[in-house]
Design a protein around this ligand. Structure first.
Ligand code: SF4
Length: 307
């Protein structure tokens, strides 16, 4: 890091208190009224939202989250169901292993924590499907604990605001250090700041066209101050195209099983996966086997069903 950059970053860190105040004030009036942000919402409802939001956009998550919470308002309610019901209710949110993990986590919470979502980050990390991000997010948003919570949107905000970069680099432990430096001291203000930074990245400091005229922290933004240099760090390799991918074929199999109340034959499943033989049968078989290996599909007496 050159000296000039180090000085600029130190200046932003020195202004952390004022930045947090401005961002939190903005969030109190501008945040989208998403139901999992309601102060009355339960830790379970927040945990479910975090599972769903991991790889899926808010507008697609909203109806599924509402339906999920109506049907399974507690971990114990979900734990009494077959895992396949969770997979069915996951519908088309994508990456359906998350539904299986969420079901397993509900069973673990019910059996090991008396049905109460644990507060402690280590206890949260011990649950199926919960990684460092989700554990900290639940501890912060459900229980108001002071932890840095850094998602993709926050990383972009920090990259621009603090480091003067057009975009964030690859995720790194330094992300948490950066966020910790900006985090206010009190638990409440810190939890709010975590949510506010994410929201800023989601609706104002967006990847393509940041709306700096509406930004509450524009006065401190290093990237803006430097005249928006084209200095994004090297990008990660692009995700393979969905069309024609094994993921798409897996999606076809899952859609067929979700819509079928009864188990169906293996042949019919593979035929649908290969779209009646118009697609690569080897790919259909590969996708099918991978779903079996993931536990998302179960073979039973020559028929196939959700777990
Ligand atoms: Fe992002 Fe613009 Fe705000 Fe900087 S001023 S943090 S680039 S929205």
């Amino acid at each position: 890091m050159d000296e000039e950059r180090a000085v600029a970053e130190a200046e932003v860190a020195a202004d952390a208190g004022a930045i947090a105040e401005a961002l939190n004030a903005w969030y109190r009036t501008a945040a989208r009224p998403l139901p999992w942000r309601d102060p009355e919402v339960t830790p379970w409802a927040i945990l479910v939202s975090e599972f769903m939001l991991q790889q899926t956009q808010v507008d697609r998550v909203l109806p599924r989250w509402i339906a999920w919470m109506e049907r399974w308002p507690t971990p114990a309610a979900l734990a009494t169901e077959e895992p396949g019901e969770a997979v069915r209710a996951w519908d088309r949110l994508g990456y359906p292993r998350r539904a299986l993990w969420l079901h397993r986590a509900a069973v673990e919470i019910t059996e090991q924590h008396g049905g109460r979502v644990p507060e402690d980050v280590d206890a949260l990390l011990a649950l199926t499907g919960i990684g460092p991000y989700t554990a900290r997010a639940v501890a912060a948003f459900a229980y108001g604990a002071r932890h840095p919570v850094v998602d993709t949107n926050t990383r972009r905000v920090i990259a621009r605001l603090v480091h003067g970069h057009a975009a964030a680099g690859m995720p790194a432990p330094q992300d948490l250090v950066d966020m910790e430096r900006l985090l206010p001291e009190s638990d409440d203000a810190a939890a709010l700041f975590n949510a506010a930074a994410m929201e800023l990245g989601a609706v104002v400091c967006t990847a393509r066209v940041p709306r700096c005229a509406e930004c509450p922290v524009a006065a401190w933004c290093e990237w803006r101050g430097a005249g928006y240099p084209d200095n994004a760090p090297e990008k990660r390799p692009k995700q393979a195209k969905f069309a024609g991918s094994d993921r798409q074929v897996r999606g076809r199999i899952m859609a067929q099983l979700r819509s079928s109340a009864e188990p169906i034959t293996r042949e019919a499943t593979l035929n649908a996966a290969a779209e009646g033989g118009t697609r690569d049968p080897e790919q259909a078989l590969r996708a099918y086997d991978s779903l079996i290996a993931d536990g998302l599909v179960v073979e039973f007496e020559g028929r196939v069903r959700l777990p």
